[in-house]
Ligand binder design. Structure first.
Ligand SMILES: Nc1ncnc2c1ncn2[C@@H]1O[C@H](COP(=O)(O)OP(=O)(O)OP(=O)(O)O)[C@@H](O)[C@H]1O
Ligand SMILES: [Mg+2]
Length: 184
């Protein structure tokens, strides 16, 4: 299964979503590879093949593609065309949510038949207005949403240096549930 993470907007959590999904799949005992199409090479820097067990060279059962913050780019279109799942990370900020719509339309144009597309909320702070309102805003925009979200946590930032074990148990559970939902 190929899973592509895409959003024309920068800094919304594409690389974080991709990396944590890979860690979640490894925890579930699956073989995972990551293709890093972002010129910033965040994921390539974060993934330690030995520590995380994620291949950066050979395609595995679950192949994850991180993309650059662009939507009018050939490498992004090709990553969309190859995907079985397309995940569009966004923060719950209303500006970020409304910007997803433009990327979604491009995804619809390039995705193959049968591929599933979802917005995935990132940096969620339960109890805040933005987080509570986000599902309604997305539904008003006609955008499908993953039920599970990534919380705003320092331990997620630590995980890019130290891997799965750097996350607190609550965050590990959130990542695990999100991963299962993405691949189901
Ligand atoms: N859930 C989270 N909790 C805490 N920090 C987060 C979370 N998600 C992302 N961040 C932080 O926000 C910043 C941007 O995240 P990330 O690099 O994943 O975004 P991106 O969409 O890949 O950015 P770019 O468009 O530049 O590639 C990073 O510093 C990351 O550590
Ligand atoms: Mg990135």
């Amino acid at each position: 299964m190929t899973i592509t993470f895409v959003n024309g907007k920068g800094g919304v959590g594409k690389s974080t979503f991709c990396f944590l999904t890979a860690l979640g799949l490894r925890e579930a005992g699956k073989s995972v590879s990551i293709e890093d199409l972002d010129p910033q090479k965040s994921i390539s820097a974060w993934v330690d093949e030995e520590r995380d067990g994620i291949s950066k060279t050979e395609q595995q059962e679950f192949h994850l593609i991180d993309t650059r913050p662009a939507i009018d780019d050939q490498s992004v279109h090709s990553a969309i065309e190859r995907a079985d799942r397309i995940i569009m990370p966004s923060t719950p900020s209303p500006g970020d949510l409304s910007a997803v719509r433009a990327s979604y339309e491009v995804v619809q144009k390039f995705k193959r038949k049968g591929a599933k597309v979802f917005v995935g909320l990132n940096c969620v702070r339960p109890g805040t207005n933005f987080s509570q309102d986000a599902p309604g805003i997305l539904s008003g925009l006609g955008l499908p949403l993953l039920q599970n979200a990534l919380p705003d946590r320092q331990s997620i930032q630590r995980s890019v240096l130290l891997g799965w074990k750097a996350m607190d148990p609550g965050t590990q559970t959130a990542v695990f549930k999100l991963t299962i939902e993405i691949v189901s």
